[in-house]
Design a binder for this molecule. Sequence first.
Ligand code: 5AD
Ligand code: SF4
Length: 461
Amino acid sequence: MKNTEIEKQIDYINKIHNLLNGKNKKFSIYTMGCTLNENDSEKISGMATKMGYSKTENLIDADLIIFNTCCIRENAEEKLFGKLGEVKKLKESGDVVIAICGCMMQQNHIIEKIKKSYRYVDIIFGTHTLHKFPEDLYNLLSQKDKIIDVLDIDGEVYEGLPIKRESSSKALVTIMYGCNNFCTYCIVPYVRGRERNRKPEDILDEITSLAKEGYKEVTLLGQNVNSYKGNGYEGIYNFADLLRAVNKISGIEVINFISPHPKDFTDDVILAIKECKKVSRILHLPLQSGSTNVLKRMNRKYTKEQYINLANKIKSLVPDVVFSTDIIVGFPGETEEDFEDTLDVVKQIGFEQVFMFIYSKRVGTPAEKMEDQIPDKTKHERFNRLKQLVESQMQENNKKYIGTIQNILIESKSKTNDNMLTGRTKTNKVVIIEAPDDLIGKMVNVKIVSEHMWYLKGEIV
Ligand code: 5AD
Ligand code: SF4
């Protein structure tokens, strides 16, 4: 449902369209961080396109540059400052508008730093004011005053923003915003606010339209998707109900979701995955640490044993499922024994994919103040040990694909070889195939003929 706030923003889009009329202006957007940010960037791109800007990948050609930022780890923050240094010259030599948005902009110390050291930034808007980008840009273009538009209170759930998607076969669909979990290392609850759910009818409308446009795959997004709460529309009260409803939408063939929290993985969600054949057979089950002591201090609300039992239960009910996970090494107070517990869980579960992170201190989180911060050298050494284990497991695991037939959605040309196409198995393995371009966007059966650490090679059968 559209509301008056969005209608107001659409008016601003039209006003900018009139201002730019025929001027052939271009925008560029640089997205850091997770898929939720990617989906937000698609909305910003949608708004900019409706204003009359065309998209360019080349910053030098752009009249409007938008940075959509992430603050999950320090290296994400450093990326922004590196990029801002790069565009300074463009600002000095031309009439380009520089806007920054996203999670970093919800932190006061970052805004102060930008105001002081990057004075050439024109617009700052936050995660709760994303929909106000048209108004902010119009005010800048018409008044030339710098704009800072950041709210500390949780934004509402707005529907009806224009969207320009990156892919024409797979779509990102945010189902909820924010997080209530307050894992002690994590900045997300502070910059994205408390959980707010989209209405089931709005989600289903969006996915039905996507299917009509020819999209085959959707990824349901949220910081904690399995705590989704519906309003009862068509009997949808929770995440399991939503999965069942999306599974019924004809035209959609693959359903992914990220990220669930192990504590909310109810039996009902497991049964829905079992029933819904379109749901991807790789489940992301963020472990974070394999040590019960560390998990307690992380406020993760499960023990090592509970995590393993949950994975085993899922596997026994849905035998073709495989797991991916997130792991943080070097959380404050992590002992050698704690770290070995993490290695132990990795060995026991045999993850299909592991996203590994070195703990990064985040301003304002409880873990920032914890004693026994781990020295960098130890963190790196543990990270390398984990990486070695994961890579050796991956190599072993890849072998099981050889000779199998996989039904995959062909997504695009391969980035590294123009003669090849690429897609992913239902377990998210990248497959490279030599095939004609008109198969892009289609589901095909592929026989896997060889394995290479990061991808599999296949042949159409
Ligand atoms: N340091 C390192 N990794 C982190 N993550 C979240 N916060 C931090 C942090 N402070 C990781 C978690 C989460 C993933 C998205 O990022 O593993 O699941
Ligand atoms: Fe961060 Fe934990 Fe929320 Fe995930 S569940 S966003 S790790 S606080």
